[in-house]
Ligand binder design. Sequence first.
Ligand code: C2E
Ligand code: CA
Ligand code: CA
Length: 269
Amino acid sequence: VKDSGRGGLAVHDPHAADGAADRLRLLQELRTALAQGEFRLHYQPRVRLAGGATTGVEALVRWQHPERGLLGPGEFIEVAEASGLIRELGAWVLDSAVAQTAAWNAAGVGVQVSVNISTRQLADPDLVLLVTSALARHGVPASQVVLEITETALMVDPETALSTLQVLAGLGMQIAVDDFGTGYASLTYLQRFPVHELKIDRSFVSGVVDSAPDRAIVGACVHLARSMGLVCVAEGVETDEQRDVLLSLGCDLAQGYLFSRPRPAGSRP
Ligand code: C2E
Ligand code: CA
Ligand code: CA
């Protein structure tokens, strides 16, 4: 028991302390993992709903843990983001994704590669240099890279985000709003920021067949994207029925288990 500092006594909470200790241990493990090259990228194709052609891939980070096996970002990205380690991890992700794009280009299959940019990375003044040096190092044109940013990340420091994205878009990169419709931002950012693509969140897509409100929301997103000249991508498409509804609503592209799970890079995307 110790003084809480506000005139009361706080009982030591063993769970809270364990949580902090766990996070610290995880952070140390993540640093080691980065140094030892335990991270991997898996790629999930994005396909044209009309016809099914693959137009690009999204890079999704994985951790090949020596004891626990392959871990998804849900197990570690939050700790990386909170600690600032996301800068190094994000730099690794960017470089690896651009290197893989160059390898596919050399094999004669040019596709766009989408990379997730976290809130902290977007606020990092070095982001532009990081991206441009990865492109230069591997000889990949900016037009092949899509940067996926959540509306929440745009709103944390809108002025910095705006100037960074203007530079990146000016260089030819595409900007996608990820998890579209789930943040708290007002839609006015679509007028201010250089945005090329809306990714409709899986939470709406999963209800598109059975829920009239979800279908209405997805329909409105598609309309908004089309009328602003933006590409519209549906996330998390799992069934033929969902694909058919999305196609009838006029959505351009889709990603999801129906087409492919994320998987390691092969000779073709
Ligand atoms: P996200 O950007 O919304 O990525 C889509 C997530 O949905 C991925 O989960 C993907 O594997 C999963 N998914 C794709 N199709 C389907 C489907 O049909 N059904 C279902 N149920 N899920 C599907 P994942 O790979 O676990 O990534 C989770 C989140 O972690 C991502 O959400 C993204 O926010 C973050 N993330 C992933 N890679 C990176 C990265 O390199 N950097 C940063 N900053 N964040 C990343
Ligand atoms: Ca994404
Ligand atoms: Ca999502």
